[in-house]
Design a protein around this ligand. Structure first.
Ligand code: COS
Length: 386
């Protein structure tokens, strides 16, 4: 296990340290050989095992209003899983993001119907927000949900949907028209078996995972599928992202820690110019930069998580800072790791080559770095004006 002294920072409690130790042992035993050839099967298997062994419990508390998501726990689990296997982190994270709107805003009936299944790994969850013309500009969503009798009919397309094709439930954001723009969206639970929902395209990416474009044609859902109130969809999406963006930063942190660990082993084991690589001061300079960026990222991630857990109503700025900095820093750390590994750094299947592919999407999904800067700047301005 790499340096775990950060677990003694004041953000954490004994229960966090105990979970980190338990999950580390589980990851060593379970994640040494994740098969990437069939990512659908691998993700189903990972969700089932994470559920069976109790780790998905943390993705969606909330059977009662008194229970809330513990963001520090989510972040610790994500960074630990990411350090061992990117696909395991993906499987865990999507259960959380997909169940998030139900956990945070669902009715008692929605919570009772779905959360026991997502927590046990019996149901796979997905978050269907992005569209071809509205990835960053969420208020511009064009998928529509039309009131029809005692339910709604959804028509449109969603794209870049993680777990698309293998999910049992999708949280779908659609325009219900209470007002133009952001105030006219609503969120719905759509079952994977709904005949109006189909996979239009499977999408291959540089770090493969289940990903699809989805088509909704006359997709009928009951009134009970509406999460929160009609018109609340944008706020439900943003508030869910406020929680999970911090954990994207945590995943990036896990990737960066793994990259540093691989680099330290390389620097100690490889000899160059008659001495260990580590003896070169230029190498030490890289390692120092990597370590500083990792600690700075960890401080921002766990500051955001702790702030939310202590009851802040909104952590929009803290979460945006955590995601922005941790993902961008991890990209730099991993790039340095590849460089210090020489040719091995770009050899297919080498851990740092896999990290190099794994990290890239985190700077784009759940709000691209550019969007995080907009969010941060607006928040800074608002504070300055108040
Ligand atoms: N929590 C709760 N409410 C929020 C919120 C948040 N984090 N962010 C905004 N809102 C509210 C605002 O307060 C505003 O409410 P009122 O209408 O009552 O004033 C409303 O939602 C609209 O907000 P805003 O005017 O900021 O909307 P914009 O269209 O300008 O939002 C950004 C722009 C870029 C911030 C937003 O679209 C965004 O975060 N985009 C990235 C989306 C993303 O992560 N995509 C990836 C998909 S998931 S893989």
């Amino acid at each position: 296990m790499p340096d775990s002294s950060f677990l003694h920072w004041p953000f954490f409690e004994d229960r966090h340290r105990a979970l980190a130790a338990k999950l580390e042992a589980w990851a060593v035993a379970n994640l040494a050989h994740v098969d990437h050839h069939d990512v659908d099967a691998a993700c189903r298997d990972l969700v089932a095992r994470l559920g069976r062994d109790g780790f998905l419990q943390h993705t969606a508390p909330g059977d009662s209003d008194a229970e809330t998501i513990d963001v520090r726990t989510l972040a610790l689990v994500r960074e630990t899983l990411a350090r061992h296997a990117g696909l395991a982190d993906f499987a865990f994270a999507m259960q959380g993001l997909g169940a998030g709107p139900i956990s945070l805003f669902g009715t008692p009936a929605q919570r009772a119907a779905w959360l026991p299944k997502t927590r046990s790994g019996q149901a796979i969850a997905a978050f269907a927000l992005s569209e071809a013309a509205s990835g960053s500009d969420v208020a511009n969503i064009s998928t529509v949900a039309t009131r029809d009798g005692d339910g709604y009919v959804i028509d449109g397309e969603k794209t870049w949907i993680s777990n698309g094709g293998i999910a049992d439930l999708y949280i779908v954001f659609a325009r219900t028209g209470e007002a133009p723009g952001a105030r006219g969206l609503s969120a719905f639970v759509v079952e994977g078996s709904n005949p109006g929902l189909s996979v239009a395209e499977r999408i291959e990416v540089i770090a493969p995972h289940p990903l699809a474009r989805l088509s909704f044609k006359q997709c009928r859902v009951p009134a009970g599928a509406l999460i929160g109130k009609a018109g609340d969809g944008f706020k439900i999406a943003m508030a869910t992202l406020d929680v999970f963006r911090t954990t994207v930063g945590a995943a990036a942190l896990g990737f960066a820690r793994r990259a540093l660990g691989e680099t330290l082993a390389r620097a100690a084991g490889r000899r160059l110019f008659g001495a260990p690589l580590f003896d070169l001061q230029m190498v030490q300079g890289h390692i120092a930069d990597m370590a500083v960026e990792i600690d700075a990222a960890a401080l921002l991630v766990y500051r955001a998580a702790w702030t939310k857990d202590k009851g802040a109503a909104r952590v929009t700025r803290e979460a945006a800072m955590a995601k922005l900095y941790a993902t961008e820093a991890a990209q730099r750390v991993i790039d340095a790791a590849v460089q210090l590994h020489g040719g091995d750094g770009v050899r297919s299947g080498h851990p740092v080559e896999m990290l190099y592919r794994d990290i890239r999407a985190l700077r784009i999904y759940e709000g691209a770095s550019d969007v995080q800067k907009i969010v941060i700047a607006r928040s800074v301005l608002a504070s300055a004006e108040s």
